[in-house]
Design a protein. Structure first.
Length: 75
């Protein structure tokens, strides 16, 4: 059974988005969706998830505010 963790890190600067992502994954989530609102947070969370063995897909929700949804699934 898959568990989906959803976290909203908008308004937070690094390292908080990564720390929140890591914490969510520690509760045995095999899927995660992370909302970020900076390109730096986007890159850092994507890199962390890739290095942690997840397949990552990112969509841009709002180009003006740099809001992205990063979804990932355990490989």
């Amino acid at each position: 059974m898959l568990r989906l963790a959803q976290i909203d890190t908008r308004g937070m600067s690094c390292p908080h988005p990564i720390l929140m992502t890591k914490q969510a994954l520690e509760v045995n989530s095999t899927e995660i969706a992370v909302l970020v609102d900076s390109k730096t947070a986007k890159s850092n969370v994507e890199r962390y998830l890739n290095l942690s063995g997840y397949t990552v897909n990112t969509i841009e929700l709002d180009g003006e505010t740099n809001t992205f949804e990063i979804s990932a699934k355990k490989k």
